[in-house]
Design a protein around this ligand. Structure first.
Ligand code: ADP
Ligand code: ASP
Ligand code: MG
Length: 412
């Protein structure tokens, strides 16, 4: 019997009626002859509420306790959904991350899955149950509860699909697929039929909150096709899958803007072998993820090294830099928080020219100043003033005609 993994996000389980609807979808798949595993998020905005509750008591809550608290949101949903299924006459059983041996590292708040036992799920499936697993949470080697980072239930679901050998993971959410950009920021965005793992990975890491980035990494590595679709109807959504030749013809498939960033520049750093390595080893040791690294030589002895971090990591990053500052002999540290990043992504960039020109022209025509530029073979990103971010995203979407289906867009 084929295993189906269905993940329901917060808005799709926000109240009793929605939990019943999600349960009904799982039951339908079960009645069609599948073994069904459901992964569920916390209801509605409950995780935000738990974060607010914690901050009311402690502005800097211990990370271990934070994970202990946040994991309770998902635990409520899974037990409620199991009750809803039982009320429909279907055997169902809910599990926490720990109960399905979702083993992670110990990086509280952004833990990475290392191993999934899953025997208990298989046994329960074979006994005819629908299994409902709490997303977003795991357990470290010492038995502490960990969480995978905001939006991490997607990753729990795709990782479980991989561990159980399910070829597809269905992600049920409040949009009916992946759009060329966030439809809340650019209402004319168009839905894609499919997108490659590599493009979606870039979009996710650049702020497209519709999927958690690590979920895409699991999908790509273990050949799980991810189907992002609406929990409100039966329409086909967007398939995230391996690249196929026709994707090359789409120069820019999506755009993003990201506002929760900070930029750090180390100015007048002694330019000797080992200094950059020292800085980033120190940041990694503090669990700070770094993006958009740019080093430029000022003269034969000095360099400027800049990079971005998530604003939530800024305090940890500042501390790490302070700790290593004397060692690297850095003249000054410059920090900007009023910054945002606007990016375009597309595998077709590998074989087409003119994309950078088109993007920079769109920004300059709209009087958006560029702070710095970084690229990969399938993306171009510009840091801009935070106040310009929305305007910049719209300008770039218009310039690349992201309001039209990919086949109808003019090439740059
Ligand atoms: P869930 O709670 O189901 O996990 P999320 O809020 O995490 O849902 O993700 C869905 C939201 O992602 C949408 O409501 C949409 O505003 C946002 N989003 C951002 N970028 C995109 C995109 N490129 N395509 C579709 N939705 C996007
Ligand atoms: N409940 C968690 C969050 O709000 C995880 C998730 O929804 O995927 O971030
Ligand atoms: Mg989500």
């Amino acid at each position: 019997m084929a295993i189906v993994v269905q993940k329901f996000g917060g808005t799709s389980v926000a109240d009793a009626e929605k939990i019943r609807r999600a349960a009904g979808r799982a039951l339908k798949a079960h009645n069609e002859g599948h073994q069904v595993v459901v992964v569920a998020s916390a209801r509605g905005k409950q995780t935000d509420q738990l974060v607010a509750d914690a901050l009311e008591l402690n502005p800097n809550p211990p990370k271990r306790e934070m994970d202990m608290l946040l994991s309770t949101g998902e635990q409520q949903t899974v037990s409620l959904m199991a009750m809803a299924l039982e009320a429909m006459g279907q055997k169902a059983i809910s599990f926490t991350g720990q109960q399905v041996q979702m083993v992670t590292d110990a990086a509280h708040g952004k833990a990475r899955i290392q191993n999934i036992g899953a025997e208990r799920i298989r046994e329960s499936l074979d006994a005819g149950h629908i299994c409902i697993v709490a997303g977003f949470q795991g357990v470290d080697d010492e038995g502490n509860i960990t969480t995978l980072g905001r939006g991490g239930s997607d990753t729990s679901a795709v990782a479980l699909a991989a561990a159980l050998g399910a070829g597809t993971c269905e992600i049920y959410t409040d949009v009916d697929g992946i759009y060329s950009t966030d439809p809340r920021k650019y209402p004319n965005a168009v839905k894609m039929e499919q997108i490659s793992y590599d493009e979606m990975l870039e979009l996710a890491s650049l702020g497209a909150g519709v999927m958690h980035g690590r979920a895409i990494e699991f999908g790509k590595k273990y050949d799980v096709t991810i189907h992002v679709r609406s929990s409100m109807d039966d329409s086909t959504g967007t398939l995230i899958t391996h690249e196929v030749p026709q994707m090359e013809g789409i120069v820019v498939s999506g755009a993003t803007s990201q506002k929760d960033l900070a930029k750090i520049a180390l100015i007048g750093l002694t330019n000797t072998p080992g200094n950059a390595a020292g800085v980033f080893a120190h940041l990694a040791g503090s669990n700070v993820s770094v993006n958009d690294i740019i080093q430029t030589e000022v003269n034969s002895e000095k360099a400027t090294l800049s990079f971005t971090v998530a604003r939530s990591d800024l305090d940890a990053a500042k501390q790490a830099i302070e700790d290593i500052r004397k060692q690297i002999d850095c003249e000054s540290v410059f920090i900007r928080e009023d910054i945002a990043e606007v990016s375009v992504v597309g595998v077709g960039m590998r074989s087409h020219c003119g994309v950078a020109e088109n993007m920079f022209k769109a920004l300059s025509t709209n009087k958006v100043n560029i702070d710095s530029i970084t690229t990969s073979e399938i993306r171009i990103s510009c840091l801009v003033d935070l106040a310009d971010a929305d305007r910049a995203l719209i300008a770039v979407c218009d310039a690349f005609e992201l309001d039209k289906p990919a086949t109808q867009r003019a090439q740059p």
